[in-house]
Write a protein that binds this ligand. Structure first.
Ligand SMILES: [Mn+2]
Length: 421
């Protein structure tokens, strides 16, 4: 990455970590050999913390920082490229100090406390430094935003192609292959996570791996897929209907989209993510009450966790170096133990520069809706005969990626149509 941007990022790390006299080491991690005894390894992924601090990937690299030396205290130690690697892989040396010089560098700092981040065994102090490091990585810099935008562009192309292919007879697996090929044609290195294509009842399986099932007329077709560009990942879900949606499908879809729009509007600096999640749950209940699937006051239903019958996951998470990168709690904040909030992937106030997903959903999930304990607990809150009629309908999730700004958030994935035609 650009030298000035890397210097700015390192200044941010220096300011964000109260290292005092502590020396910081960030390990990229080493490639893992495949078990078959060849000279091949599993696909290599440097630790996210290393990529952030080094600005590029290098297997076996170590970023070192001595706060006593101020802005000049950074070193990137990299293993030498062997002749075999030049011959077999065409590898070129990466910029940095030869790894052999790490030990003398450390010897010169003997007796000082050392904290290890990245792919290293945790040392004393790692947890506290990592918490601060994660927090300072949450607002994205310009280099990261540019990569996220490229990931979104590739993702938009894939979703556009896939939505045009949907028709009865096509398999989930075919949709996946075509979508992922289009990602690659538009600059993706790989997918950011396992592509989800769920048709019919499969659309209610939250992380469904595409199967050979063929689309049938009237099926929900849920596609949750994002491209990865230079380790930065987009995460987008759209739910389509093969053919003409029923009124019930349309109402369900509209409820989810309206909830998404309201949640995005609430995503401003200072807003607590947990509050936005709970407000979205109320919006979803309002829709289900209007559809006569549920009964009662939407806020009371959420107070009693009834929304988890149809919306059993969190409203979203952060994006960056990976699909849930730097999510979690604000520094010093314990995990909320309330059962309906346990599945929340983050609990913090939003700030400008953060990139988060917003992904409300409503699903008919048989293992939840046929559970006798839940049926008894919510006997009067749910129109169970109506639910039984739609038990295998599947579900709807719609997910956008947004950038928190000083004003209204920017919807990075705006170009990917959400509405049913
Ligand atoms: Mn997501």
């Amino acid at each position: 990455m650009n030298h000035d941007l890397l210097a700015a990022r390192r200044a941010r790390i220096r300011a964000g970590l109260s290292l005092g006299d502590t020396v910081l080491l960030i390990h990229a991690g080493d490639p893992i050999p495949l078990p078959e005894g060849s000279d091949q390894t599993y696909p290599y992924r440097a630790h996210s913390e290393y990529i952030y601090a080094a600005g590029e990937e290098c297997a076996g690299g170590i970023v070192a920082f001595d706060p006593r030396d101020g802005a000049a205290g950074w070193r990137t130690f990299v293993p030498p490229v062997t002749e075999a690697e030049r011959v077999w892989e065409g590898r070129l040396p990466t910029g940095g100090t030869p790894l052999g010089e790490l030990q003398p560098w450390l010897d010169a700092r003997r007796g000082r406390p050392v904290v290890a981040l990245g792919a290293a065994a945790p040392s004393a102090g790692t947890a506290a430094v990592r918490e601060a490091f994660t927090d300072l990585r949450r607002a994205k810099d310009d280099h990261e935003l540019a990569l996220l935008r490229r990931a979104v562009e590739a993702t938009a192309a894939g979703h556009a192609l896939a939505s045009g292919l949907i028709r009865p007879g096509l398999t989930e697996r075919t949709l996946q292959i075509e979508l992922e090929a289009e990602f690659a044609r538009h600059g993706a290195n790989r997918t950011g996570y396992g592509t989800i294509v769920g048709t019919g009842a499969n659309s209610a399986v939250l992380h469904f791996a595409p199967s050979g099932r063929e689309i049938r007329e009237g099926d929900f077709v849920l596609i949750d897929a994002g491209a990865e560009v230079d380790r930065y990942v987009a995460d987008v879900t759209r739910t389509h209907v093969a053919g003409r949606p029923t009124e019930f499908q349309r109402d369900l879809h509209q409820t989810v989209v309206r909830t998404l729009e309201r949640a995005i509007a609430r995503s401003v600096p200072g807003a607590e993510w947990k509050a936005i999640h709970l407000a979205a749950a109320v919006d979803l209940m309002e829709g289900l009450v209007a559809m006569k699937v549920m009964r009662g006051n939407p806020a009371d239903l959420v107070e009693r966790d009834a929304h988890t019958l149809f919306f059993p996951h969190g409203l979203g998470h952060m994006l960056g170096l990976g699909v849930r990168d730097a999510s979690g709690q604000a520094p010093g904040r314990p995990k909320d133990s309330r059962p309906s909030l346990r599945s929340l992937r983050m609990d913090l106030p939003l700030a400008p520069g953060m990139v988060v997903t917003v992904e409300p959903g409503l699903y008919f999930i048989p293992p939840l809706l046929q559970d006798p304990v839940r049926r008894a607990k919510y006997a009067d809150d749910v129109n169970w005969s109506l639910v039984d009629r739609h038990l295998h309908l599947g579900g709807v999730r719609v997910e956008d990626d947004i950038l928190i700004t000083n004003g209204a958030p920017e919807v990075l994935t705006r170009m990917i149509p959400r509405e049913l035609p």
